[in-house]
Design a protein around this ligand. Sequence first.
Ligand code: PBG
Length: 330
Amino acid sequence: MSTTYGTFPGSRPRRLRTTPAMRRMVAETRLHPADLILPAFVREGVSTPVPISAMPGVVQHTRDTLRKAAVEALEAGVSGIMLFGVPEDAKKDAAGTAGTDPDGILQVAIRDVKAEVGDDLVIMSDLCLDEYTDHGHCGVLDAAGRVDNDATLERYAEMAQVQADAGVHIVGPSGMMDGQVGVIRDALDQTGHEDVSILAYTAKYASAFYGPFREAVGSSLQGDRKTYQQDPANTRESMRELALDLAEGADMVMVKPALPYLDILAKVAEAVDVPVAAYQISGEYAMVEAAAANGWIDRDRAIMETLTGIKRAGANMILTYWATEVARQL
Ligand code: PBG
């Protein structure tokens, strides 16, 4: 070959891809077990774990198997666990009372996990009402059936206190109510929980990919969440939510879902000086598992590729239902 095209043949990027060792050396993004956080569901009143059909491999834990899952995650090197409570159906009501009961399933689970792993694993809790309301919304409703922002904030303040009393390290308000981070910060500080952190669900989109989560927490949502979660079409709105959450005292911020919102994740990561998390949600998990079960994609490669992409986009922490499995492989 004698002709030069641009800088070729002098420039041959393929040289750095020739061997696995070479590719490993020049890799710009490396996943580490400590990047990973395991979301886990615990169901009240069951003596064996209940499989979640839309999330093969994920279960609603019993109190006992949750403790085991926490230990397994810790041993694999995962850095945290995000707990979701699933109360008995009979305990759901319009106000989500079970969410603020000191003996509600989430509070019990926080105490269980804390007794098992102490401070070695970071214990986080979902701070939201949808797992506990009979209508399935993330807040309480007004007389017209709309989610009442400010009345919901009062419930969130109570939730923050009972979760912190139970020993949680980080609360994760996921309801997208205006002012939630500030109200929760105040509630924590006024009850002696200055050291409990807030992981703000900053950019949380109204996503079809939450579908399997409804089964996971046994929620039958009436209507949709579009008056409080963000429109997938918007970017600027996320930057506004980000500024508000930081001003209200967020210690960490999160983007959710992950894969369809990597542009948002990259922008948020660029803009802040606090840790940034991304949540690879139930539908993202289900998509990969379903395609793999059909033999359409290579499961393990697809999992690693999605997680690498999320980290490359700027996430310091990734919530993923594959956390323990992946941490073991790393
Ligand atoms: C709200 C909450 C949801 C998820 C986490 N917290 C559901 C929703 O907003 O509709 C979704 C997580 C997932 O889909 O994996 N409590």
